[in-house]
Design a protein around this ligand. Structure first.
Ligand code: NCD
Length: 323
């Protein structure tokens, strides 16, 4: 991105979270991402921006769309992409995360894309790495590329983010997607509501600048965007909901509950979806409302933009432009 080198519009070595970014830096990443949507829809998807560079996807947690999306993004920019999952790595032989990362670092990757079950682990790792690090989700802390692709989806479908009412519904407590989205939407001037049972909300969540509701029909009133979240049972210690059937009854999104939102309200979900738990199956497939597959599509464009911008910064680093 030549614009970047000229104007220093994204002066960061790593992408660890949305909390660290300004509204203009987010806007810049979204603009670059937008330009990659057309590339991905065209007949020639292969760009040469990352030719000669190496991207390692290091996933200590399961993933389908995020890992595939980063892999495709790297390949479409002509990088050499290596995928490492914990199931097949030396972590299984007792190696620590830091030792595994240092080993990979010695092979000179330009970008390390890391997902880890512990909040803060990706930042720790970034301090030991020479290249750029992208957080692909750390515990229940942040998942910046998911928030960026959600924002790109909203911007494409609604033309703006500023002034929209966005309801984030469900298991906010365990969700890094919710946290990154709350930061991003607030910075970009949206009005954020959280709709969840008290057991699935962090304490003092109002401090993040959101309105809290415990009832879908009041929380969704006049909303422009409804973001649904999965019950992240793998992060739960104990019981947080009486039963998934009861949960669907009160907090599952169906067309009845959606009826109080704006008539053209968009329904979003980061995936993986649990149909019949947090979202009604028919509604999930209803293309008049559902933007779920747009989210997947735009995810590749966002990841191409992040790889492009960060590797550009690595090149500019010698000039001392990047913090
Ligand atoms: C999310 C995640 O891993 O945080 N999925 C994703 O990246 N698309 C949400 C989830 O697992 O529920």
């Amino acid at each position: 991105m030549d614009r970047l080198q000229q104007d220093n519009l994204f002066p960061h070595r790593h992408l660890l979270g949305i909390a660290d970014l300004s509204a203009s830096e987010i806007g810049f990443l979204l603009d670059v991402s937008d330009s990659y949507i057309d590339v991905n829809r065209g007949p020639n998807k292969k760009q040469t921006k990352l030719r000669g560079q190496t991207v390692i996807n290091l996933f200590f947690e399961n993933s389908t769309r995020t890992r595939t999306s980063f892999e495709l993004a790297g390949k479409r920019l002509s990088a050499d992409v290596i995928n490492m999952s914990v199931a097949t790595s030396s972590i299984k032989k007792g190696e620590t995360m830091v030792d595994t990362s240092m080993t990979l670092n010695a092979m000179h990757p330009d970008v390390l894309v890391v997902r880890h079950p512990d909040s803060g682990a990706v930042k720790l790792l970034s301090e030991k790495i020479n290249g750029a690090v992208i957080n692909a989700g750390d515990g229940s802390h942040e998942h910046p590329t998911q928030a960026l692709l959600d924002a790109l989806t909203v911007r494409r479908r609604r033309g703006r983010i500023q002034g929209l009412i966005v309801a984030i519904c469900g298991d906010v407590l365990h969700s890094r997607v919710a946290r990154s989205n709350i930061h991003l939407l607030n910075k970009m001037g949206a009005q954020v509501r959280l709709v969840a049972p008290p057991t699935l909300l962090p304490t003092n969540v109002e401090r993040l600048g959101v309105e809290v509701f415990h009832d879908m029909r009041t929380g969704l009133m006049d909303c422009d965007i409804v973001m649904m979240l999965r019950l992240q049972t793998e992060r739960m210690r104990g019981t947080f909901v009486p039963s998934t059937r009861e949960y669907f009854h009160f907090f599952g999104l169906d067309s009845d509950k959606l009826a109080v939102a704006k008539p053209d309200a968009l329904v979003m979900h980061p995936g993986p979806m649990n149909r019949g738990v947090e979202i009604d199956s028919v509604l999930a497939d209803d293309i008049t409302h559902s933007a779920i597959l747009d989210q997947v599509e735009f995810g590749v464009a966002v990841r191409m933009a992040c790889l492009d911008v960060l590797t550009n910064n690595l090149r500019a680093d010698a000039t001392g432009m990047v913090s």
